[in-house]
Design a protein. Sequence first.
Length: 279
Amino acid sequence: MSTITITAADINKLRQMTGAGMMDCRKALTETGGDFEAAIDWLRKKGQKVAALRGDRDAKEGVILAKTTSDNKTGIAICLSCETDFVSKNADFVAFAQSIIDAGIAKNVKSIEELNNVTLNGSKIADLVNDKLASIGEKIGISKFERIEAEYVASYIHGANRMAVLVGMNKSAAEAGKDIAMQIAAMNPVAVDAASVPANIVAREKAIVVEQIKNDPKMAGKTEEMISKIADGKLNAFFKEQTLLAQAFVKDGSKSVADFLKTVDSELKVVSFKRLALG
């Protein structure tokens, strides 16, 4: 039976992802066979407050942009990735990314594949990306693509093109749309509300909470039914912190995002959102 080798680089990577101590990271990786996502769950089950894995940590450098159509009914966001911040901060590289998203909006593309096949200045974008790769000497590419369609879509770019948000709403509300986009940028919710949290995330969180309860000496002797009920109660805290409408509104912590929307328009709703960020 083969033995998994846990390297110093692996331990350091998990430390950067979670903020946990070196020995704890080594133990977590050893116990989970080097599976980083499982190692994060292992740490959390032991009661450690660590960062959760998010898909927006994949691209280390690049330019992230978001743009909507002129009628604000469609928005797209892209990440043109590269290897160094020297390239990502280059004005020509940023302009190249801007030309790509402009073309994507003009052609109403629905995927990275479609975007790569759009003709820009007489050449396919995929070929222009390859030309840029050759001239810069770094691996670059359109690594991420998101799209939203709604009655009204707001877009927001934050932090020198390092993060972008799209927000779909059921009616036009430009100022509120920007406020909600800024909320999403700052607080990184997992879903609009508790009902829209993916079932696998709910199951994962409950499993972690159940394990934490079982590891708590104060909970010794509790039945499985009682533990499950306690876990459901603790999940409510997760929903409050991690779902958009339940979060405290960043511009006024005395009200939730849902309360804020009601002050704008009693019928105003967020129907979807997308958030892209560099790690």
